[in-house]
Design a protein around this ligand. Sequence first.
Ligand code: EPZ
Length: 441
Amino acid sequence: MREPGRSSDLLEILGPAELSGRVAVSGAKNAALPALAASLLLPGKLELSGVPQLADVETACRLLERLGSEVTRSGDRILCSTPEDLPGEEAPLELVRRMRASVLVLGPLLARRGQARVPLPGGCAIGARPIDQHLAGLEALGAEIRLEHGWVEARAPRLRGTRFRFGIETVTGTENLVMAAVLAEGTTVLERAAREPEVVNLVELLRSAGARIEGEGTDEIRIEGVPELRPVGQHRILPDRIEAGTFLIAAALAGTSVRVEGIRSQDLESVLLALHDAGLEVETGPDAVAIGRRGPLRPRDVVTAPHPGFPTDLQAQWMVLMSQAGGTSTVVETIFEHRFGHVAELARLGASIEVAGPRARVQGPRRLQGAEVCATDLRASAALVLAGLVAEGRTTVEGLHHLDRGYADLEGKLASLGARIRRISTPARHEGLLTTGGSGL
Ligand code: EPZ
């Protein structure tokens, strides 16, 4: 796996591009992370296949090793084995800071060891992202939770089944509580549970280990606690619907005819409908979607929502598409409070977007011109790459450490469709100053 991008790497894109051909998506980051956390619950070895080679997956593997698991990685396979008496119960701060999804070890550690110590994950560029729902749910299951000096100290000799209603749909909150409940005494019912396909994929893994769960994919999940789980042979990580959606939007922007393979179209219904309404020809097959232009791009409003609504992780990419549509469209972000970091950078390329609170109005069509831009978060970085595909001239995108957390070789996959894109490793800018005796910045 390529080392995660250094923060001084940048992508150079020469536009406008014309994309055609076929591209296969990798496994879903947001399914791999909970599956890795679930390995803490399982005796024996767990082999995961279809795991994307990403910085966040690397971080999750290091976290498991720090907790005492043995992890071996080869290509898209990861083998984890957790010793009977799991020695670790503390997630190190530096790993949680790097990846807030580390909070997913809380439920498994509590269920397996009866205690856990995890730093409170700080907020990030897209919002405060509290974990109050995770903690309230664990307390409802009988855990004693103390917050001290920025750490979550959780103890529970034995978790007891309960009925818990989330105050907001939370994907990792649902995953954490499902994992905590599988070994609890009695039955747990989670109301207003997240319905994302990644939650369903986690439940499939746990069920293959003997967990008794029903209702995944709906807003009510019922878990009947069992005394122990059994080893699982192999579990396949589901394909990444957000990476797939990113490629579909790239094809809508710059494609003549592109086929995105290895995706389950049912996981992207809201996006496929929006693409159709925006004037694209969308042809769905059992595990692929083909997309082509059938006329001028039309403006199409979107409002992000929990699954099966329009995914917040495709909001930035959609905004780029709407900058090319013939008219004004509105994009409303209802999940995160600060997820418009890409707007200012898109404006540098020539996009015309007005933001008022959670609402962005995108004027189109706008001719984009290549420029130097900088990513602020994972999906913003993907949106800037897409904008570079349609902008005239040279665009460089900095901040690739964001991109490398969630996309495996995005530039290679786009190049295989005909994009003129390459990664340039540049010495970190300030190094020049230091070596030439310049004043520190
Ligand atoms: C998951 O994050 C994904 N990450 C995110 O993907 C995705 O954007 C998000 O779900 C929404 O779909 C993983 O699955 C690892 P939430 P998660 O808990 O679970 C609030 C990407 O780009 N909330 O569903 O952390 C929260 O502040 C990443 O791949 C609480 O208030 O998101 C947010 O406003 C980014 N209290 C909303 O709920 C809580 O206890 C949804 O958050 C938990 C969440």
